[in-house]
Design a protein around this ligand. Structure first.
Ligand code: OSB
Ligand code: MG
Length: 267
Protein backbone atom coordinates (compact mmCIF):
# COMPACT_ATOMS: atom_id res chain seq x y z
CA UNK A 1 0.00 0.00 0.00
CA UNK A 2 1.45 3.34 -1.07
CA UNK A 3 0.56 6.00 1.50
CA UNK A 4 -0.50 9.56 0.81
CA UNK A 5 -1.11 12.46 3.07
CA UNK A 6 -3.13 15.67 2.54
CA UNK A 7 -1.67 18.83 3.97
CA UNK A 8 -2.54 22.48 4.42
CA UNK A 9 0.29 24.96 4.79
CA UNK A 10 0.06 28.59 5.79
CA UNK A 11 1.77 31.23 3.66
CA UNK A 12 3.20 34.43 5.15
CA UNK A 13 0.56 36.45 3.30
CA UNK A 14 -2.14 34.61 5.30
CA UNK A 15 -3.27 32.35 2.45
CA UNK A 16 -3.66 28.60 2.86
CA UNK A 17 -2.09 26.23 0.39
CA UNK A 18 -3.29 22.64 0.06
CA UNK A 19 -1.57 19.65 -1.38
CA UNK A 20 -1.15 15.90 -1.23
CA UNK A 21 2.13 14.13 -0.50
CA UNK A 22 2.33 10.80 -2.32
CA UNK A 23 4.83 8.21 -1.12
CA UNK A 24 6.30 5.02 -2.56
CA UNK A 25 8.90 3.48 -0.24
CA UNK A 26 11.35 6.28 0.55
CA UNK A 27 10.31 8.38 -2.47
CA UNK A 28 7.98 11.38 -2.28
CA UNK A 29 5.99 13.58 -4.62
CA UNK A 30 3.97 16.75 -4.02
CA UNK A 31 0.58 17.13 -5.74
CA UNK A 32 -0.28 20.82 -5.41
CA UNK A 33 -1.94 22.58 -8.36
CA UNK A 34 -1.94 26.36 -7.88
CA UNK A 35 -5.39 28.00 -8.02
CA UNK A 36 -5.43 30.64 -10.75
CA UNK A 37 -2.50 29.08 -12.61
CA UNK A 38 -3.19 25.34 -12.85
CA UNK A 39 -5.98 24.22 -15.14
CA UNK A 40 -7.10 21.57 -12.64
CA UNK A 41 -8.41 21.95 -9.09
CA UNK A 42 -6.88 20.35 -6.02
CA UNK A 43 -9.94 18.08 -5.62
CA UNK A 44 -9.49 16.76 -9.18
CA UNK A 45 -5.76 16.18 -8.65
CA UNK A 46 -6.20 14.50 -5.28
CA UNK A 47 -8.83 12.17 -6.77
CA UNK A 48 -6.62 11.16 -9.70
CA UNK A 49 -3.50 10.76 -7.54
CA UNK A 50 -5.27 8.55 -4.97
CA UNK A 51 -6.87 6.45 -7.68
CA UNK A 52 -3.61 5.85 -9.59
CA UNK A 53 -1.11 5.60 -6.74
CA UNK A 54 -1.74 1.88 -6.04
CA UNK A 55 -0.73 1.10 -9.67
CA UNK A 56 2.48 3.15 -9.62
CA UNK A 57 4.82 2.87 -11.60
CA UNK A 58 2.59 1.41 -14.32
CA UNK A 59 0.44 4.51 -14.79
CA UNK A 60 0.39 7.76 -16.72
CA UNK A 61 -1.59 10.50 -14.96
CA UNK A 62 -3.65 12.94 -17.04
CA UNK A 63 -3.44 16.04 -14.83
CA UNK A 64 -0.18 18.07 -14.89
CA UNK A 65 0.22 18.40 -11.10
CA UNK A 66 -0.16 14.61 -10.75
CA UNK A 67 2.26 13.97 -13.65
CA UNK A 68 4.86 16.10 -11.86
CA UNK A 69 4.37 14.36 -8.51
CA UNK A 70 4.49 10.88 -10.05
CA UNK A 71 7.65 11.79 -12.01
CA UNK A 72 9.21 12.84 -8.71
CA UNK A 73 8.44 9.36 -7.32
CA UNK A 74 10.88 8.00 -9.91
CA UNK A 75 13.77 10.03 -8.45
CA UNK A 76 15.38 10.15 -5.02
CA UNK A 77 16.04 13.53 -3.43
CA UNK A 78 19.85 14.02 -3.37
CA UNK A 79 21.49 14.23 0.07
CA UNK A 80 23.28 17.47 -0.72
CA UNK A 81 22.14 20.35 -2.94
CA UNK A 82 23.06 24.00 -3.36
CA UNK A 83 20.99 25.99 -5.87
CA UNK A 84 21.28 29.69 -6.79
CA UNK A 85 17.99 31.43 -6.12
CA UNK A 86 16.48 34.71 -7.27
CA UNK A 87 14.75 36.76 -4.53
CA UNK A 88 11.05 37.41 -5.04
CA UNK A 89 9.75 40.99 -4.82
CA UNK A 90 12.34 42.32 -2.39
CA UNK A 91 16.08 42.81 -2.42
CA UNK A 92 17.49 40.37 0.12
CA UNK A 93 20.98 40.25 1.65
CA UNK A 94 23.34 38.02 -0.33
CA UNK A 95 20.96 37.57 -3.28
CA UNK A 96 22.49 38.68 -6.61
CA UNK A 97 19.15 38.74 -8.41
CA UNK A 98 15.60 39.93 -7.70
CA UNK A 99 12.34 39.38 -9.57
CA UNK A 100 9.73 42.12 -9.25
CA UNK A 101 6.10 41.30 -9.97
CA UNK A 102 4.87 44.42 -11.74
CA UNK A 103 1.70 43.17 -13.48
CA UNK A 104 -0.61 45.33 -11.38
CA UNK A 105 1.68 48.34 -10.94
CA UNK A 106 1.55 51.71 -12.68
CA UNK A 107 4.43 52.83 -14.86
CA UNK A 108 5.53 55.33 -12.20
CA UNK A 109 5.47 52.76 -9.38
CA UNK A 110 7.37 50.27 -11.54
CA UNK A 111 10.07 52.85 -12.30
CA UNK A 112 10.32 53.68 -8.59
CA UNK A 113 10.73 50.01 -7.63
CA UNK A 114 13.37 49.42 -10.31
CA UNK A 115 15.34 52.45 -9.16
CA UNK A 116 15.32 51.14 -5.57
CA UNK A 117 17.25 48.04 -6.62
CA UNK A 118 21.03 48.48 -6.30
CA UNK A 119 22.88 48.38 -9.64
CA UNK A 120 24.85 45.35 -8.44
CA UNK A 121 21.66 43.26 -8.24
CA UNK A 122 20.34 41.66 -11.44
CA UNK A 123 16.70 42.43 -12.26
CA UNK A 124 13.86 40.31 -13.62
CA UNK A 125 10.44 41.86 -14.14
CA UNK A 126 7.31 39.71 -14.35
CA UNK A 127 4.30 41.39 -15.99
CA UNK A 128 2.07 38.29 -15.97
CA UNK A 129 0.71 39.38 -19.38
CA UNK A 130 -0.91 42.44 -17.80
CA UNK A 131 0.76 45.35 -19.59
CA UNK A 132 -0.45 47.09 -22.73
CA UNK A 133 2.14 47.53 -25.45
CA UNK A 134 2.35 51.34 -25.19
CA UNK A 135 3.10 51.22 -21.46
CA UNK A 136 5.85 48.67 -22.13
CA UNK A 137 7.47 50.82 -24.80
CA UNK A 138 7.46 53.75 -22.35
CA UNK A 139 9.14 51.68 -19.65
CA UNK A 140 11.81 50.24 -21.90
CA UNK A 141 12.75 53.71 -23.17
CA UNK A 142 13.73 54.65 -19.62
CA UNK A 143 16.31 51.87 -19.02
CA UNK A 144 19.08 50.21 -21.01
CA UNK A 145 18.26 46.60 -21.84
CA UNK A 146 21.45 45.51 -20.08
CA UNK A 147 19.81 46.43 -16.76
CA UNK A 148 17.53 43.38 -17.00
CA UNK A 149 18.06 39.65 -17.01
CA UNK A 150 14.74 39.53 -18.80
CA UNK A 151 11.17 40.80 -18.98
CA UNK A 152 8.83 37.90 -18.20
CA UNK A 153 5.43 37.63 -19.92
CA UNK A 154 5.20 41.31 -20.88
CA UNK A 155 1.98 41.13 -22.97
CA UNK A 156 -1.08 38.97 -23.51
CA UNK A 157 -1.15 38.79 -27.33
CA UNK A 158 1.36 36.88 -29.44
CA UNK A 159 1.23 39.66 -32.06
CA UNK A 160 2.14 42.29 -29.42
CA UNK A 161 4.92 40.11 -28.07
CA UNK A 162 6.41 39.61 -31.53
CA UNK A 163 6.23 43.35 -32.25
CA UNK A 164 7.78 44.27 -28.90
CA UNK A 165 10.58 41.73 -29.36
CA UNK A 166 11.32 42.81 -32.93
CA UNK A 167 11.25 46.56 -32.20
CA UNK A 168 13.17 46.69 -28.91
CA UNK A 169 15.22 43.48 -28.85
CA UNK A 170 14.74 43.47 -25.05
CA UNK A 171 15.40 40.03 -23.52
CA UNK A 172 12.09 38.24 -22.99
CA UNK A 173 11.15 35.24 -20.83
CA UNK A 174 7.99 33.20 -21.19
CA UNK A 175 6.12 31.39 -18.42
CA UNK A 176 2.34 30.92 -18.71
CA UNK A 177 2.51 31.34 -22.52
CA UNK A 178 4.81 28.35 -23.01
CA UNK A 179 2.00 25.91 -23.93
CA UNK A 180 0.30 28.48 -26.21
CA UNK A 181 2.90 30.35 -28.25
CA UNK A 182 5.47 29.23 -30.88
CA UNK A 183 8.15 30.72 -28.64
CA UNK A 184 11.10 29.60 -30.76
CA UNK A 185 9.99 32.25 -33.29
CA UNK A 186 10.56 35.11 -30.83
CA UNK A 187 13.74 37.00 -31.90
CA UNK A 188 14.78 38.10 -28.39
CA UNK A 189 13.67 35.06 -26.38
CA UNK A 190 16.14 34.85 -23.48
CA UNK A 191 14.63 32.31 -21.10
CA UNK A 192 11.87 29.83 -20.42
CA UNK A 193 10.57 30.09 -16.86
CA UNK A 194 9.33 26.61 -16.17
CA UNK A 195 6.91 25.53 -13.44
CA UNK A 196 6.77 21.72 -13.57
CA UNK A 197 4.00 21.73 -10.95
CA UNK A 198 1.76 23.58 -13.40
CA UNK A 199 3.04 22.27 -16.75
CA UNK A 200 3.43 18.66 -15.63
CA UNK A 201 6.84 18.41 -17.25
CA UNK A 202 9.72 20.30 -18.83
CA UNK A 203 9.22 21.86 -22.27
CA UNK A 204 11.80 21.74 -25.06
CA UNK A 205 14.19 24.64 -24.60
CA UNK A 206 15.67 26.02 -27.86
CA UNK A 207 19.49 26.17 -28.12
CA UNK A 208 20.92 29.25 -26.43
CA UNK A 209 17.75 29.94 -24.42
CA UNK A 210 18.11 29.84 -20.64
CA UNK A 211 16.06 27.32 -18.68
CA UNK A 212 14.94 28.75 -15.33
CA UNK A 213 12.95 26.62 -12.92
CA UNK A 214 10.25 28.35 -10.96
CA UNK A 215 8.25 27.29 -7.93
CA UNK A 216 4.57 27.83 -7.19
CA UNK A 217 4.24 27.72 -3.39
CA UNK A 218 4.95 24.00 -3.10
CA UNK A 219 5.70 22.26 0.19
CA UNK A 220 9.29 21.33 1.02
CA UNK A 221 9.00 18.04 -0.87
CA UNK A 222 8.02 19.86 -4.05
CA UNK A 223 10.78 22.43 -3.55
CA UNK A 224 13.46 19.76 -3.05
CA UNK A 225 12.45 18.11 -6.31
CA UNK A 226 12.53 21.47 -8.10
CA UNK A 227 16.03 21.98 -6.66
CA UNK A 228 17.01 18.55 -7.98
CA UNK A 229 15.68 19.40 -11.46
CA UNK A 230 17.42 22.79 -11.39
CA UNK A 231 20.78 21.16 -10.72
CA UNK A 232 20.21 18.41 -13.31
CA UNK A 233 19.22 20.75 -16.16
CA UNK A 234 20.84 24.14 -15.40
CA UNK A 235 23.28 23.95 -12.45
CA UNK A 236 24.72 27.45 -12.95
CA UNK A 237 21.44 29.27 -13.50
CA UNK A 238 19.69 31.37 -10.84
CA UNK A 239 16.32 29.71 -10.26
CA UNK A 240 13.00 31.10 -9.06
CA UNK A 241 12.49 29.02 -5.92
CA UNK A 242 11.90 31.85 -3.44
CA UNK A 243 8.19 31.08 -2.99
CA UNK A 244 9.44 28.67 -0.33
CA UNK A 245 10.36 31.58 1.93
CA UNK A 246 6.59 32.27 2.14
CA UNK A 247 5.88 28.81 3.59
CA UNK A 248 5.39 29.03 7.35
CA UNK A 249 4.58 25.54 8.62
CA UNK A 250 6.13 23.09 6.18
CA UNK A 251 5.44 19.35 6.10
CA UNK A 252 9.21 18.71 6.33
CA UNK A 253 10.66 18.51 9.81
CA UNK A 254 14.07 19.47 8.52
CA UNK A 255 13.69 22.35 6.05
CA UNK A 256 16.11 23.35 3.30
CA UNK A 257 17.72 26.71 4.08
CA UNK A 258 16.99 29.69 1.86
CA UNK A 259 19.50 32.46 2.51
CA UNK A 260 22.35 34.46 0.98
CA UNK A 261 21.12 33.75 -2.55
CA UNK A 262 21.09 29.99 -2.19
CA UNK A 263 18.84 27.12 -1.33
CA UNK A 264 20.93 24.69 0.66
CA UNK A 265 19.95 21.13 1.54
CA UNK A 266 21.98 18.66 3.57
CA UNK A 267 20.18 15.57 4.69
O1 OSB B 1 4.08 34.32 -12.49
O2 OSB B 1 6.02 33.51 -12.25
C1 OSB B 1 4.87 33.65 -11.84
C2 OSB B 1 4.68 31.90 -8.45
C3 OSB B 1 3.40 31.41 -8.50
C4 OSB B 1 2.60 31.68 -9.59
C5 OSB B 1 3.10 32.43 -10.65
C6 OSB B 1 4.40 32.92 -10.62
C7 OSB B 1 5.20 32.66 -9.49
C8 OSB B 1 6.58 33.14 -9.35
C9 OSB B 1 7.58 32.23 -8.68
O3 OSB B 1 6.90 34.24 -9.70
C10 OSB B 1 8.89 32.83 -8.37
C11 OSB B 1 9.85 32.97 -9.51
O4 OSB B 1 9.58 32.52 -10.63
O5 OSB B 1 10.91 33.55 -9.27
MG1 MG C 1 5.86 34.30 -14.22
Amino acid sequence: MNPCHEYKILLRNGQMREGLIVQVGDRFGDVCPLPGFSRETFAESAEEAKRLLPQFPHVKPRLPSVQFAFDCLRHPIPDKMVVNVCALNEVKPGFSCVKLKVGNLSLEETVRRIEQVPQTVRLRLDFNRQWPLEKLFELTQLFPKKRFDYLEEPTRLWSDLLLFSTKTNFPIALDESIPEFPYDELPSLEALVVKPTILGGIPKCPDGVRLVFSSAYESGFGILHLARLSLEHAPHEVHGLDTYSQVQNDVLKQRPELSAGKLTWTH
